[in-house]
Structure formats: structure tokens, C-alpha cells
Design a protein. Sequence first.
Length: 150
Amino acid sequence: MSELAGFLGAATLWVKAAHVIFVIFWMAGMFMLPRFFVYHQECAPGSPEDARWVERETRLRRIIINPSMIVVWVLGLTLALNADAFSQGWFLVKFAVVFALSGYHGWMVGYAKALAKGERRLPERSLRLLNEVPGVAAAVIVILAVVRPF
């Protein structure tokens, strides 16, 4: 199938470019938020510093992470339907990894809300390890999308 085939036609490359741009925005936020959690947990619940971290995390989620994820999904599904990607093995694995990354995103939103209530559920070491999840997912997704190993 030609790169410009499907219902998007000549707009395919523009949609793909926008998809990649919003993936970058989403991933930037996904790298930042767990790091924010590490520093947030170090301050006393209810302190002025705690309130500043809650505000930072909320802004990051509302302004960057959540909108970017929505745009990534809309554009990604549009591209997938345009290219009949649901019939391709590499895409199905990529889709599963993106779905899991979206679940991780949801978990981070929940953890931010718990921190805002003063709950410190995980030790710092666990949060530092969880900070690696987006990087591993991004590497797998890029390899699947570019190399298309199967």
C-alpha cells in the first residue's frame, strides 16, 4: 500500500507528523511526572512545598500529558485505520504497548491524586524504577514502528 493511499491521501504525512509531535509532548510529560513524584514525596504532607508540587503535577497533567495522550490516540487510530494496520502483527504488538503505556499514564494520574491527599504509597526507590517505564515503552514502540520486525 502506498504511503499516501487510504482515506487520508496527501494529508497522511501531515497527520503522521502531528502524531509524532504529540507523542514527543506526551513522552516528555511521562518522563517528568514520576520524577516530580520522587521530589514531592520528600516534602511533608500539607506543607507549602507539598502544595507547590500538587500544583506543578496538576498543571503538567492538564496542560501537557492528558491532552497530548488524547491527540496521540486520535491521530494514531486515524493513521492505523487509514493504513489497515490492524491486520499487521508489528502494529498489534505496538498497539498493546501503547495501551499499556496509557494504563501507566492512568496509574500516574491516580498516584498524583494520592500524593495530593498526603498519601505516600511507594518508596522512593520504586518511584525511581517506575521512571524507566516510559523510556522502555518508547524504545519498543519506535522499534516496532520503524523496523516492523514481523
